[in-house]
Design a protein around this ligand. Structure first.
Ligand code: ZN
Length: 264
């Protein structure tokens, strides 16, 4: 089945609509219709229950989308949460550098690479970093001192409330903090329906362990998460664990795994 058929089915049956469709649509933002909302809420509730009710040592919070801008400096997002981009001076097409060049973009011979869209060579710019966070201003005056960002992930709300939560709930390591909420990323090239959107919901749990217990904990959680998706009714033969390569790891990560689903 093609993705276009699925998009069309989702629309007809009231699962997912293109945002602002009557005004021509708004890129990479989607609205959930009546059935899509019910489905999404069901999954969120099952996840929340699995995390916070079936584990004695996992609690939930709900932090703000707007946070102190210093949080994003401290976390490295202001500097590091960005993609190198290349522009074609001829046709104005824009590409993530890694789409056109294998390896470190800084080593690329951009003058020798052909633009896939217009076919010219020698018109690609050097890669430039692009910050993926949505910027806004707090208060009525738009000046640099008032800059704030919409969170690009929910995790920071958990980290900055770690001590308050631990003290309030008298938690001892190991323990976890779970959160469901919206996150925002100003993706340069957003596509693939609801697989990559500029505004999306994250269901995230951060689990805190003593140094040295991280590897075992990672193994346990991988098993538990795979089991969760199977219990949801997903064919486990279509699920697999995929480890991030060294060049894919987030700037703060030692190890990372995706659970991948063979779609559709
Ligand atoms: Zn071009």
């Amino acid at each position: 089945m093609s993705i276009d058929k699925i998009i069309s089915l989702c629309k007809r049956r009231g699962f997912v609509f293109q945002s602002s469709e009557i005004y021509g649509g708004f890129g990479a933002v989607y609205d959930y219709g009546p059935l899509g909302t019910a489905l999404k809420n069901n999954i969120s509730q099952i996840w929340w229950q699995a995390m916070t009710q079936f584990h004695e040592n996992i609690v939930g919070i709900d932090s703000g989308i707007l946070m102190h801008p210093k949080i994003w400096e401290a976390s490295g997002h202001v500097d590091a949460f960005n993609d190198p981009l290349v522009d074609c001076k001829q046709c104005k097409a824009r590409y993530p550098a890694d789409e056109l060049f294998d390896g470190n973009p800084e080593d690329g011979e951009w003058n020798n690479i052909q633009c896939p869209k217009c076919g010219t060579t020698g018109n690609l710019t050097e890669p430039r970093q692009f910050n993926l966070m949505f910027k806004t201003h707090i208060g009525p005056v738009q000046k640099d001192a008032n800059v704030a960002y919409l969170r690009p992930e929910t995790a920071q709300g958990i980290y900055v409330n770690y001590l308050l939560t631990q003290n309030a709930m008298r938690l001892k390591i190991p323990f976890g903090i779970a959160q469901i909420g919206k996150a925002f990323r100003n993706e340069i090239i957003a596509r693939n329906f609801i697989f990559r959107t500029r505004e999306f919901e994250q269901l995230e749990m951060q689990y805190f362990v003593k140094p040295g217990n991280d590897d075992q904990s990672m193994r346990d959680w991988k098993d538990e998460r795979i089991a969760f998706y199977s219990q949801l009714g997903i064919d486990s033969g279509k699920l697999r664990l995929q480890e991030h390569g060294a060049d894919e790891l987030a700037h703060y990560a030692k190890e990372a795994w995706d659970i991948e689903f063979e779609f559709p």
